[in-house]
Structure formats: structure tokens, C-alpha cells
Design a protein around this ligand. Sequence first.
Ligand SMILES: Nc1ncnc2c1ncn2[C@@H]1O[C@H](COP(=O)(O)OP(=O)(O)OP(=O)(O)O)[C@@H](O)[C@H]1O
Ligand SMILES: [Mg+2]
Length: 231
Amino acid sequence: MSNMETTSVLQCRSLIKEFSEGPEKLTVLNGVELDVKPSERVAIVGSSGSGKTTLLQLLAGLDKPTQGEVLVCNHALSELSETRQGELRNRHLGFVYQFHHLLPEFTALENVAMPLLLRREVSVKEARLRAEAMLEQVGLKPRMSHKPSELSGGERQRVAIARALVGEPDLVLMDEPTGNLDPNTAARIHDLMKALSEQLTTSFIVVTHDMAFASQMDRALRLEDGLLVPA
Ligand SMILES: Nc1ncnc2c1ncn2[C@@H]1O[C@H](COP(=O)(O)OP(=O)(O)OP(=O)(O)O)[C@@H](O)[C@H]1O
Ligand SMILES: [Mg+2]
């Protein structure tokens, strides 16, 4: 990416998301604005049901807004076909779901290698080596041959984090990544994020209930009444 100083990794403008419930309309997001620069680490807090997961899904193009626009690395998602959106996601974004969504029939190592294999740019051997190195970073190398059902909740969460980071994306969206982690392991994940943002200019948007974790980010925002406000 050129023009590091001026380019945004992610922008959203006047983002509105409504869910219709019979005759009723539930407005979850009501004009959200956000601009994230390279290397920036942004925390999003907010009460349960305030729309945090909904927002992350829209930012990743996993769901469509009712109104408004999301730009990932200056590409307006609404102007791209589903296929191009998928390519853009694979190349530029990493996503850690609130309930991790690992593939149950594959080992931790295979789960982490998957985004690299989907790109078809590196050999299977290279993908496995990079996945192994990333699993080591999150402290899971000894468990890498196990399937998700054989891992603890926090271990699964760390596999999902390794999978999101392995492709060296420009932006990582994380939905409660440290919810199942003890303070020491959470601190380790935070150190890894900080190192990646400094070394590779990776940006992070992290939804969390952990105020200590949020306060270590560059910015903390609160989702409240459908809007993002300073936390
Ligand atoms: N597909 C859907 N259809 C209808 N309503 C939905 C849908 N998805 C989410 N909602 C509603 O939108 C609101 C926001 O949900 P969301 O999952 O974004 O909250 P959240 O901030 O992530 O909460 P939590 O902290 O509990 O994970 C909730 O009231 C939820 O019930
Ligand atoms: Mg949520």
C-alpha cells in the first residue's frame, strides 16, 4: 500500500443497519462513522445487544448495511461483486468471530494454514510452516495437531486469532478475542497485536468487554444508541 500516512485501511460513512421484526423496525446502527489508519489499534466497547457484532460484520462485508458505505483499503464494498469482496477479505482482512468458527474436521495447524492455502500463492509446506510459527506466537505449538473439539475454549480462541493473523492482513477485526483468556494469556495476545501493528503496520478493531484491554489500544470507542462515541 502506498501513501501510508494518508490512506485509510477502513472507512465507514453514515452506516445504518435496521432489522425488520414483523411490522416493527429495530435500528441497531444509526449513522456510524469510522476511519482507521495503518497501525492503528481501536477498541470498541458497548453493552450486550448494542450492535458491536453487527458493526464488525458490516465492516468485513459479511452482511450488508441498510444505508451507508464501507471502504476497505479504499475499495467501496458495495461496488464489488461477491467474488471480489471475498478476494478483498482474504487479502486484506483477518476476522476473529465471537464464537471462533473453526473447521471441526481439521487440526489447529490446518485451520490456521487455511487462509494461506485459499490464496494459492504459497506451497502447502510453506503455509504449514507459517501456520506453525503463528501458533507458536500464541503459545499453541504443542497443541497444533489437535482438532477444535480437543482444545479448551481459550485455546480455540487463540487458534482463531492465529488464523486471522497468519496472512499478514492490513486490518484485523476481532470480536471479543480475549473473552476466554486469563490475564497473562490476554496480555500475550495484546503484545502480539502491538508488535504486528508496529512491524507490519497491521490495524486492529477489537470488540471487548475488558476495559483494561481496551485502555491499552490507541483509541477506545463506545457503541451507544447506534453511534460510535469516544469511550
Ligand atoms: N439477524 C438479526 N435479525 C434481527 N435482529 C438482530 C439480528 N442480528 C442481531 N440482531 C439484534 O441486533 C442487536 C445487536 O446485536 P449484536 O449481536 O450486534 O450485539 P452485540 O453488541 O454484539 O452484543 P453482545 O455483546 O451480546 O455480543 C440485538 O438487539 C440483536 O438482537
Ligand atoms: Mg456480539
